[in-house]
Design a protein around this ligand. Structure first.
Ligand SMILES: *Cc1c(COP(=O)(O)O)cnc(C)c1O
Length: 435
């Protein structure tokens, strides 16, 4: 499989290059040259296959010959090393729980696949791979956990001091080894600015391969298809499900749509958004007006200009009418998010996190006029990651799982630095010198 830049359809790279670069040199997103079509047997035999076979069969064409089969199988095994249950909530809505991984969010899947691929490629490179991540919370934790102890890689995480939750901070700062946390005396934008400057710094890049691990990387994006197939493995109804995806940068939704294009029998998608509703407006009006982000209770979806929008357009060849046949979108307010967490808890004793609540609300609304349909939401994070919101809604915090109790006992190691490039660079060079 080759990948081209959505900014230049003549610029091709293989999976290895696309993964190591993250983004094309022209700033475009990499996109697969063709979307594989799974044969009928793959779909018919889904229920008889193992989770690992499904993962392998989906990813093998995308990886091509850049990773040998045996190694790829090992990577898939480590990527899917937890459960993906499809839990019933109401009569017609299920939740595909994607939060049973090490950092309790769906980002574990993409981050684990990416880290293992980079680790494999690192073994063949003369330089060390240095991953730079600016995080406002969740991404950094998933990346840190995924890369911990992956040989040939160092991870430097920048996070805004005092602006991440206590759990998130522990996930960034308690691992040690090849994971290094820089606590920036500034906000998330300051962290992002420092990372951007680092990528332009030729001196810094002299002896290392500097790369990012954000969600536009194909090795984070594409493996997210696997759990849509794992959901269909568990789907017992005759009708194709409607799938509601709580969306921010739209990587998750985009992966689902690609899986449907390959033949996965999903009936329709609901792009569930919060007040950041540029995509919802686009679906309903055909015009796209990206904005700056508005803070909400479902903060991992606070994105004003979704980075995967160009990929969604590419899937449908910019045809708005075709896009609407496959994707609907509803925007949900914070008030309705809280009311949904409360109502679902009272009626079904199921605790939704704020992101899943947005999806539940949107899907429920969609079903009002078609009560015979059924579907599932993606449970993108464990409710315990948002204890304050959950407490506001239902009066108490969710039960803390054992992995978190253990994590909170560990100690924090982070270097506090001012939001200045010279300070950041000095700290980075010092870290790399000692490794
Ligand atoms: C990142 C994230 C999202 C948004 O996913 P995208 O792929 O960016 O659309 C939704 N929910 C949670 C909990 C997240 O961490």
């Amino acid at each position: 499989m080759r990948y081209y830049s959505l900014n230049n359809h003549h610029h091709f790279v293989d999976f290895k290059e696309a993964t190591l670069q993250g983004q094309a040199p022209d700033g475009g997103l990499y996109y697969p040259e063709n979307i594989p079509v799974w044969n009928d047997d793959f779909i018919k035999n889904l229920k008889r296959k193992s989770k690992l076979e499904i993962g392998f069969d989906i990813m093998a064409p995308y990886v091509g010959n850049t990773i040998p089969e045996k190694e790829l199988y090992g990577i898939i095994e480590e990527t899917l090393d937890f459960d993906f249950p499809l839990q019933p909530i109401s009569e017609n809505i299920y939740s595909l729980e994607l939060f049973h991984g090490p950092t309790l969010a769906f980002k574990d899947v993409g981050a684990r696949f990416l880290s293992r691929c980079m680790g494999f490629f690192a073994g063949k490179l003369a330089q060390k791979i240095v991953v730079l991540v600016a995080t406002s919370g969740d991404t950094g934790g998933a990346v840190a956990d995924a890369f911990h102890n992956i040989p040939g890689t160092e991870v430097i995480i920048l996070y805004p001091s005092g602006k991440v939750s206590p759990v998130q901070e522990k996930q960034l700062t308690a691992l040690g080894g090849n994971i290094h946390a820089l606590e920036i005396e500034g906000d998330f934008d300051d962290c992002q600015k420092l990372v951007k400057m680092a990528f332009l710094d030729e001196e810094l890049k002299e002896n290392i391969l500097l790369t990012s691990s954000n969600s536009i990387n194909v090795a984070r994006w594409l493996p997210q298809q696997i759990y849509y197939a794992l959901a269909m493995m568990q789907w017992e109804h005759d009708h194709e499900p409607v799938v509601a995806v709580p969306s921010g940068n739209f990587g998750n939704l985009c992966a689902g749509v690609v899986a449907k294009q390959s033949g996965l029998p999903i009936g329709h998608f609901m792009a569930a958004c919060n007040a950041n509703n540029a995509f919802t407006s686009y679906i309903n009006t055909g015009t796209y007006h990206p904005t700056s982000a508005i803070p909400t209770l479902s903060n991992a979806m606070d994105v004003g200009n979704p980075s995967n929008f160009a990929r969604i357009l590419a899937i449908f060849q910019q045809d708005h009418r075709m896009l609407r046949e496959t994707i609907s979108s509803i925007a949900v307010s914070d008030t309705d998010t809280l009311n949904t967490i409360k109502a679902v808890f009272e009626e079904f004793q199921y605790v939704l996190d704020p992101h899943a609540a947005v999806a539940y609300r949107a899907l429920n609304e969609y079903f009002i006029n078609q009560p015979e349909r059924k579907g599932f939401i993606l449970g993108t994070a464990h409710p315990v990651k948002f204890p304050d919101v959950v407490k506001t809604a239902i009066g108490h915090e969710p039960v803390v799982p054992k992995v978190l109790v253990e994590l909170m006992k560990k100690s924090k190691t982070a270097q506090l630095i001012p939001p200045k490039y010279t300070s950041f660079k000095a700290a980075t060079l010092e870290i790399l010198k000692n490794r």
